[in-house]
Design a protein around this ligand. Structure first.
Ligand SMILES: C[S@@+](CC[C@H](N)C(=O)[O-])C[C@H]1O[C@@H](n2cnc3c(N)ncnc32)[C@H](O)[C@@H]1O
Length: 322
């Protein structure tokens, strides 16, 4: 049995019997005015962060959500769009599709504003999406892609890239890990399916994203996620896993490489009216400017004593240089 079949079996079980805490998020669940989330949807929250960012949802986007789980995030996306078929949900596990459908019926009973036809549920695989080219404004996945090994991860990202319109957004949450994951753990199919052993270092995760062509990447949040300890797992030391929230934008790839925002900011504190780097960035005195890592490197190489460049905060929230 391949690790993908193990994954399907595990989520079949998690659909039939909700497994509270299967994945776990330190991100508070969006409780929005007039939104009542059915309790079974909450029990089936198998994400490791949030992909709901109201700033992505202007201009009435069509949203694709891959790996629906209990459907909670699809309901949250629908809260903003409130029109038929605005949210397309794709999952490969029949039982998960059936469970989420049941949960949407509950959601309709609890929320006057919600109609079941706001969500278009489709059986399909992240590796071969049943979705037309360039038809999606916002694509999302939460805690699925970390399960994939490199070949499948690349394919899944290529599929998201294919279906997004130009400048469309891919919003993701996944575990990452900066330590070397021991091979026995990395190759444990069940731990991988449980989102515990497939995670990559953040830099490698970002490279996978930019390698398929996304010209802009935003790291929106990074939070503690799990510990693999020797008393519970076959490891020699504590393995610390974080979870990240990332937005990849289908902007054209700049000639000098992608713009990756990790939360760095430049602050000019010199005596001039402003500082102009002649590459499109104007720094006004005492006005923090969010910058991508590429611009941070270029500004740092000028070795100017009156420009401060912060470290990455991994909490980038928009605006800035590119
Ligand atoms: C960890 S759960 C996350 C569920 C949901 N995103 C959430 O945050 O609660 C992974 C989901 O991906 C689905 N899944 C697993 N393999 C898949 C694949 N190859 N293509 C599409 N969905 C898949 C599972 O059935 C499950 O719904």
């Amino acid at each position: 049995m391949s690790y993908l079949e193990t994954t399907h079996d595990l989520y079949k079980e998690a659909a039939l019997t909700p497994d509270v805490g299967l994945c776990c998020t330190t991100t508070p669940i969006w409780q929005l005015p007039g939104l009542d989330i059915p309790s079974r949807m909450l029990e089936m929250n198998y994400g490791c962060g949030s992909t709901i960012h109201p700033r992505d949802l202007v201009n009435d986007p069509t949203v694709l959500y891959v790996g629906v789980g209990g459907g909670m995030e699809l309901l949250q996306f629908a809260y903003f769009s409130r029109r038929p078929n605005a949210i397309i949900g794709v999952d490969v596990v029949d039982e998960m599709l059936a469970a989420s459908k049941e949960n949407f019926i509950q959601a309709e009973a609890l929320n006057l504003w919600f109609k079941g036809d706001f969500v278009d549920l489709r059986k399909g695989d992240a590796l071969n999406l049943p979705v037309d080219n360039e038809s999606i404004d916002v694509a999302a996945q939460n805690c699925l892609f970390n399960i994939f090994k490199e070949t499948e991860l690349r394919k899944a990202l290529e599929e998201m890239y294919r279906v997004l319109k130009p400048h469309g957004r891919l919003v993701m949450s996944d575990p990452t890990c900066e330590q070397e994951m021991p091979d026995n753990i990395r190759n444990d199919e069940r731990l991988r399916a449980l989102c515990l052993s497939g995670s990559l270092p953040l830099k490698d995760y970002i490279k996978m994203i930019t390698d398929v062509g996304f010209g802009t990447v935003e790291i929106r949040a990074k939070r503690p996620y799990r510990i693999l300890s020797p008393n519970k797992y076959d490891v020699n030391e504590l393995i610390y896993i974080e979870s990240v929230e990332v937005c990849a934008i289908k902007d054209p790839m700049p000639e000098d490489g992608p713009c990756v925002f990790t939360g760095k900011t430049a602050i000019y504190f010199g005596d001039e009216e402003y500082f102009d780097d002649k590459k499109g960035h104007t720094l006004l005195p005492d006005q923090p400017l969010p910058i991508c890592d590429k611009t941070a490197g270029a500004l740092a190489s000028l070795d100017k004593k009156d420009i401060f460049i912060s470290e990455s905060t991994f909490f980038y929230d928009g605006g800035g240089c590119c």
